[in-house]
Design a protein around this ligand. Structure first.
Ligand SMILES: N[C@@H](CCC(=O)N[C@@H](CS)C(=O)NCC(=O)O)C(=O)O
Length: 318
């Protein structure tokens, strides 16, 4: 029995579709189509088979380095007994895997092994776990206790992050072992080439706008108050920290209000599809009450939180 497994969601100058059974690597799969594709073009496969596709948006140069290729795969299972239909490339979460270039053979080597250095109480760390979960990427976890200063040890500073902080994504691949700090950079690395990063140039910049907003206006206020009040305890704060509470409360409320207004007219931060902007902003927003921010006044934020929690592959913060 065959099922429609892969459908093209837009017009593309160049698409290559390959098919395989039990095959993981692009090179082990059989090419079943190479050429232009139009919206709703569809390919079928038998149960247990996997389809993958790469595409280029640039009609003049199908091998352009500006192409946005990635692989989507589908196979029987997920407990349903039937393959999932995938729409390529816009609605892929579980099976998206980044590839560098249409002609790049990087996918012929083993996929990188990924280790997240984290503290489970940290929303910054949760961003990376949520990105990996939505994309179906396996992550190994190394835990630290930031309250005990475990990320400030000379060993951590020398080998993992000179900035003495988590999260850090450790990437082991053919280039060796590399350590990537900063939550939003690590999420970008995981999501590169997937539907969590829009392809349109403006949409991509708009997504980055919200990720920078998260780091400048949101996290230093909403997350810091949560950390101080829930984990450090008000009684243990320094006089300087106590003196900052009111300003951080006002700035945090302003950030939440701005998001709430923005979400009045859209499903997600950048429109109707989830992007890394939602993943960056979700962790500390959904636990903002732990920092004394009431979410009752923000109905659009509450509806957005529920939408994120319903995404396929969603995992809660521990
Ligand atoms: N901008 C960084 C912030 C990293 C950060 O502040 N990490 C905190 C935990 S959420 C940390 O490691 N604190 C321990 C310390 O500073 O010693 C990111 O987004 O990853």
């Amino acid at each position: 029995m065959t099922y429609p497994l892969l459908r093209i969601s837009g017009d593309y100058a160049f698409v290559e579709v390959r098919k395989g059974r039990g095959a993981v690597r692009w090179r082990d799969m059989e090419t079943i189509y190479r050429g232009p594709a139009q919206k709703n073009d569809e390919w079928s496969g038998a149960e247990g088979e996997k389809l993958s596709a790469k595409h280029s948006l640039w009609p003049s140069d199908p091998n352009s380095t500006l192409s946005q290729p990635y692989t989507v795969s589908s196979w029987e299972g997920l407990g349903t007994g039937k393959p999932e239909m995938l729409v390529f490339p816009t609605t892929v979460f579980r099976f998206a895997a980044p590839l560098a270039n249409l002609e790049d053979e990087a996918d012929e080597t083993a996929p990188p092994s990924l280790i997240l250095h984290e503290d489970p109480r940290s929303g910054n760390c949760y961003k990376i776990k949520l990105t990996a979960a939505l994309l179906g990427l396996p992550l190994e976890i190394r835990q630290y206790d930031i309250l005990k200063g475990e990320t400030r040890s000379p060993e951590f500073i020398d080998t993992v992050n000179a900035n003495g902080r988590i999260p850090v994504l450790q990437i082991d691949d053919e280039h060796g072992t590399r350590f990537l700090p900063e939550s939003n950079a690590a999420s970008w690395y995981l999501a590169s080439g997937s539907s969590l990063i829009p392809q349109d140039r403006y949409a991509q910049a708009d997504m980055l706008r919200w990720m920078f907003f998260e780091q400048y206006n949101h996290e230093p206020n909403v997350a810091t108050l949560r950390f101080w009040l829930r984990f450090v305890g008000e009684a243990n704060l320094s006089a300087e920290q106590r003196g900052q509470i009111m300003a951080k409360r006002a700035a945090g409320c302003a950030a939440l209000e701005l998001m709430d207004e923005h979400l009045a007219t859209r499903q997600f931060m950048c429109g109707d599809a989830v992007t890394l902007a939602d993943i960056a902003l979700f962790p500390y927003t959904h636990v903002a009450e732990e920092g004394g921010f009431g979410l009752g006044d923000y109905p659009n934020l509450q509806a957005w939180i529920a939408r994120v929690e319903e995404l396929p592959g969603f995992v809660p913060m521990q």
